[in-house]
Ligand binder design. Structure first.
Ligand code: T3D
Length: 260
């Protein structure tokens, strides 16, 4: 792979966007390689958590604006890039049976910001910034931003962020509920590792059901949601990890979950 580094260790699959000279913005190759690498880690039974992060000082600056120009220098929309790349990627992250962590090491702009927000847990360096920069170049937020933002931060903040296109830092993003946690730059790597190690040892199947339940809740009535919880719990109650969890509780020892 030219634009993605893949690391795998102790149940953690790490995808590192690797175009640091362009702040890891998406060109055709990165789109293709990220889709393929995400699929590979999703299918790998040894991987129980997937982490997406960036190489260098940026997380991801959205679509690469330098590569999509006509001879006249007018930006050419990547024909079909939403259908071909962004939309399936966001769906695959949301529906992944594994927890997906965005480790936001630096600026996340445009579709790069919304890539992070599509992940289940977002942890960011204090120095990282989130920018809904679409309006700064005459575009509409995409990659799921208009769906996720109002759900995360409410309409007032979502509309302010997307109409003004201003940067907010990680502490502010945490304060308004847009991300899970902001951490000091010098503690970032250790905190990301600790978070991922913990997630990799959780009951993976129950976590997948939990994601499913939370994501369906906004389109459900209470009655529908109660029924969904009951159905998912039926499967969880028959899992190895439930038996192990209860046994470990009774024996006063830490549970060793296998994710099944
Ligand atoms: O159909 C479709 O394709 C539609 C899909 C759209 C999806 C989108 O994501 S649209 C939004 C695209 N992204 C942006 O508009 C963000 C553009 N970048 C910026 O606004 C700024 O670079 C940042 C705020 C992200 C960071 O600013 P700063 O000052 O920290 O860094 P910089 O100096 O601007 O950037 C460093 C380098 O990265 C620079 O290259 P250079 O001058 O050192 O050779 C810059 O040109 C390059 N870079 C940054 N973002 C992009 C980029 N190159 C190409 N595309 C970028 N998006």
């Amino acid at each position: 792979m030219q634009t993605i580094l893949i690391e795998k260790n102790a149940g953690i699959g790490r995808l590192i966007l690797n175009r640091p000279h362009r702040l890891n913005s998406f060109n055709e190759t990165l789109h293709q390689e990220l889709a393929s690498a995400f699929h590979t880690l999703s299918q790998d039974s040894e991987v129980r958590v997937i982490v997406i992060t960036g190489q260098g000082r940026g997380f991801c600056a959205g679509q690469d604006l330098s590569e999509s120009s006509t001879e006249q220098g007018i930006p050419l929309p990547l024909e079909g890039s939403l259908e071909r790349y962004y939309n399936p990627l966001i769906q695959n992250i949301r529906h992944s049976a594994k927890p997906v962590v965005a480790a936001v090491n630096g600026v996340a702009a445009g579709a790069g910001a919304n890539l992070a927000l599509a992940c289940d847990v977002v942890i960011a360096k204090y120095s990282a910034q989130f920018i809904q920069s679409f309006c700064n170049i005459g575009l509409v937020p995409d990659a799921g931003g208009t769906w996720m933002l109002p759900r995360l931060v409410g309409y007032a903040k979502a509309v302010g962020l997307t109409l003004l296109g201003e940067a907010i830092d990680a502490l502010e993003a945490e304060r308004i509920g847009m991300i899970w946690q902001a951490v000091a730059d010098d503690q970032f790597d250790a905190k990301v590792d600790a978070l991922c190690e913990k997630l990799a040892q959780r009951p993976t199947q129950a976590l997948a059901f939990t994601k499913q339940a939370l994501q369906r809740s906004s389109e459900h009535s209470l009655a529908q949601q109660l029924e969904l919880e009951r159905n998912l719990q039926y499967f969880a109650l028959h899992s190895y990890d439930f038996k192990e969890g209860v046994q470990a509780f009774k024996q006063k020892r830490p549970a060793v979950f296998l994710g099944c």
